[in-house]
Design a protein around this ligand. Structure first.
Ligand code: AHR
Length: 508
């Protein structure tokens, strides 16, 4: 059965420019994210640094603009200087975040070279868990200082005379969580972050600093944490972070597909709190949001077959190198959720200034690799890649008319959408999701105000089996298909969305 929905697009309803940093990724020293993920010397595609060029090509196809590094929970115990200089002298350390051995074969210099090849900006996190202001300042001097001081000269001696020019810095990671090494109260973190930020600005004006916000909306401190932290840091930071991971719980697919309602609530509450502090402190500048970790993540699931042996070794007290951890395999439904979360991020681009899909390779990632073997795209790769490439110009706020349904996150519209319009290029893109578990939906989209008449591309992600996945043995089981139902006439685009699907339309 097919039901209907309508979307009205108004070129004057501009939300914000499409911010390229919304399409960020995240690389943490965790699991096989780096080792046998990005980096595998001896792999047939490895370059002179040991980086897999097959992975770099996929990262470019994904369209990632910014990559957060090196953590995550890992950063809260990390000594950045372990990862510089001749590899044979680098220490091996226990990483308490993931109970593994960190070999430090990859550090900031290698990662900067990798990021350049992947056309990505680096967003760097400093350790405010077990370390503090001095180590942050040292790292800043090492990566950004012009030659002529000891640490900048050391970088040059290690092969990079030119400063890396990293402007976005995270002041720690998830410091509100008791799982975090060096976890602090909001009061203590706010004071430390303010002092670290002030010192970093003193060393280098113009940095865009991110204070830790809440690790998810279920944190008992959510809201109050942001208020206290921002009261201490308001003058020093440009952004506050949000992190969110979603998964299907208890077979409730409808609620899972409505996960973006929680993301929307997260953004609005954080904005409201930041604006409260703004008015309380009589400030004129607003704080933006860095949604620097978001994805689908089946937290707490039993290990997959390939993870089981490594999980057992860790359980028995081993500290393995690059074990298989968090290697979630994503389904069509997971990809539809990723697509709908991107729709929400786009529609909130007035306050969400950057966002990072967590993570990039092997660890809850859109790209998977096999040591010595291939690299392939998970289902979640597709909505991200298409959105990152098609969304240009400005974000417009669409008016959507469609029935809703009850979910654990409240009443969810069966169809959700985001629209971008690039006047200079004479093009637009419409991203749509149909959350209906059973019915297709024919959506009429009034684009008269855009003056665009042709649907140049219509791509849909759907499968009769919503749990279909791409695996090592069947790497292309799920992909995008051309949606032949899309037509355009008299300023109205019509398209039929299959149940549980994500669709992108390009217009010119
Ligand atoms: O991305 C996996 C982990 O999730 C990160 O290390 C941490 O910041 C978050 O809890």
């Amino acid at each position: 059965m097919t039901s209907s929905a309508s979307v009205a697009v108004d070129r004057a309803a501009v939300v914000a420019p499409v911010r390229r940093r919304l399409f960020g990724g995240f690389v943490e020293h965790a699991g096989r994210g780096i080792y046998t993920g990005l980096y595998e010397p001896g792999h047939p595609t490895a370059n002179e640094d040991g980086f897999r060029t097959d992975v770099i090509e996929l990262v470019k196809e994904l369209g990632v603009t910014t990559v957060r590094y090196p953590g995550g929970n890992f950063v809260s115990g990390y000594r950045w200087e372990d990862g510089i200089g001749p590899r044979e002298h680098r220490p091996r350390r226990r990483d308490l975040a993931w109970h593994v051995t960190e070999t430090n074969e990859v550090g900031i210099d290698e990662f900067a070279r990798w990021a350049r090849l992947a056309d990505s900006e680096i967003m760097l996190a400093v350790n405010l868990g077990t370390r503090g202001i001095q180590e942050g300042l040292d790292l800043l001097e090492y990566v950004n200082g012009p030659v002529g001081t000891t640490l900048a000269d050391l970088r040059a001696a290690n092969g990079s005379p030119d400063p890396y020019g990293i402007t976005m810095w995270c002041l720690g990671n998830e410091m509100d969580g008791d799982w975090q090494l060096g976890h602090l109260s909001a009061e203590d973190y706010g004071k430390l972050a303010a002092r670290a930020a002030k010192a970093m600005h003193g060393a280098e004006p113009g940095l865009e600093l991110v204070a830790c916000g809440s690790s998810w909306t279920g944190m008992p401190t959510f809201g109050e944490w942001e208020r206290v932290v921002l009261e201490h840091t308001y003058d020093q930071v440009a952004l506050i972070s949000c992190h969110a991971y979603y998964y299907e719980k208890d077979g409730d697919l409808g609620s899972f597909l409505a996960s973006s309602l929680d993301m929307e609530h997260f953004i609005r509450t954080t904005v409201a709190t930041a604006d409260h502090v703004k008015h309380k402190l009589r400030k004129t500048r607003s704080i933006g949001i860095s949604f620097d970790e978001w994805n689908v993540w089946y937290q707490g699931r039993p290990p997959t077959e390939s993870e089981a042996a490594d999980a057992a070794r860790i359980e028995a007290g081993a500290w393995p190198v690059a074990p298989r951890q968090l290697e979630d395999r994503y389904s069509v439904a997971d990809a539809v959720v990723v697509g709908s979360l991107l729709i929400t991020l786009l529609r909130n681009a007035d306050r969400v200034e950057c966002a990072n899909l967590a993570q990039l390779v092997n660890v809850i990632a859109p790209i998977m690799t096999e040591p010595g073997g291939p690299a392939w795209r998970q289902t979640t790769f597709f909505p991200f890649s298409v959105t990152a490439h098609l969304a240009t110009g400005v974000v417009l706020a669409p008016r959507i008319q469609v029935d809703g349904y009850e979910s654990a996150h409240g009443t969810a519209p069966l169809v959700d959408a985001a629209v971008t319009f690039d006047e200079a290029a004479g093009s637009a893109a419409i991203f749509l999701v149909n959350r209906d578990l059973a019915e297709s939906r024919t959506v009429t989209i009034d684009v008269t105000s855009l003056g665009l008449t042709t649907v140049t591309e219509a791509l849909t992600l759907h499968d009769d089996d919503v749990y279909a996945k791409n695996t090592l043995d069947d790497q292309t089981r799920v992909g995008l298909t051309k949606n032949d139902s899309a037509t355009s006439a008299d300023g109205v685009v019509t398209v039929t969305l299959p149940p549980v699907s994500w669709t992108a339309l390009a217009l010119s």
